[in-house]
Design a protein around this ligand. Sequence first.
Ligand code: ARG
Length: 399
Amino acid sequence: MAEKCVLAYSGGLDTSVAIRWIADTYNVDVIAVAIDVGEERDYEGIRAKGEKVGAIESIVVDAKQEFFDEYITRAIAANLTYERKYVAFTALARPLLAQEQVRIARERGASLLAHGCTGKGNDQVRFEVTYAALAPQMRVIAPAREWNMTREEEIDYANEHNIPVPVGRKSPYSTDTNMWGRSIECGSIEDPSLEAPEDAWEWTVSPMEAPDEPRYVTIGFESGLPVSLDGEAMGGVELVGALNSIGGEHGVGRVNMMENRLVGIKSRELYECPAATIILEAHRDLESLVLDRETAHFKQHLELKWSEMIYYGLWFTPLRVALDAFMSETQKPVSGEVTVKLYKGRAEAVARKSDQSLYDFSLATYGDADVFDQSSSRGFIEIFGLPAKVVSMVRGLPE
Ligand code: ARG
């Protein structure tokens, strides 16, 4: 019996060619696995195509709920953001895809794992680091990194092997989508000195075309988890879907950035992520109301580290798990409601309330209700500023 290889399958040309190429080159049976993490596609069509082009079995896994429950909730707790702008949705989903592949490989007795990533990106790293952690004995095939075919050769190969090649004008862009966002690369986007063309965007209207009236959305959180929209209880998957469309109508969540890939390349990236933008704005705002200052400040450092680790594909590592234990502890008081104003591309938290609020009106007010004893500040500052005073007295005044 031939060895089996489980391939992460997208239904696109590259991974369709990969099915055939792996089977022929390595003399193995290929099992295609497509995973639904909230990209709205014809998954039955994708499944059927996998078999048609030569997989011995083609499987679709609906992982939307798991993606929300195990990955997005942690991303929210840690305010996942890479290089200040990218909510890292592709990076977040890769370990889940790889994890599902490994699970199926075990069930089917497969010894090989494969993905369609090129050798220039981050995704190959994320897949393979996850394989290494979860299935250290399994071998890896990365056809797009190995086959050395040009686009034209790949199309010839597809035609020779009865693999359907998309007809009509091919989109100039390369995209990746899940419920937390959509990425757009290639084509004219590769020239960072040019503004991105309007046709790159699909989820969001141009802020210039957005309604003149703002839309207010109120998001309820319980221990860091978003649980309601405008007062109505809602499951996470549904909530994210709703905010993607509402935010998209207001042009919210467009990102245009230069990004440092793990493999050393700088790339120009476009993202649209309305729901993630709104939820993270609301979540950070609620944290600013309920977290004590020291926890809040320290958490920012760990968020930076956590985000970098997720971007680098280090999900299944002890440090990520340990950092998540910290994040999870900090989320205990993060319950309440935040109202976010969506207006011409902006999402801004404008009002918030919580039973866990640490805001004390009688301490903050400059009005009659003030109970803060201003006379204690004198002694506090004297001691707080003492090190600076000592330095000046010993070494002279600063330049
Ligand atoms: N630059 C982003 C990242 O590394 C997006 C990658 C999109 N991946 C893709 N195969 N199109 O996470």
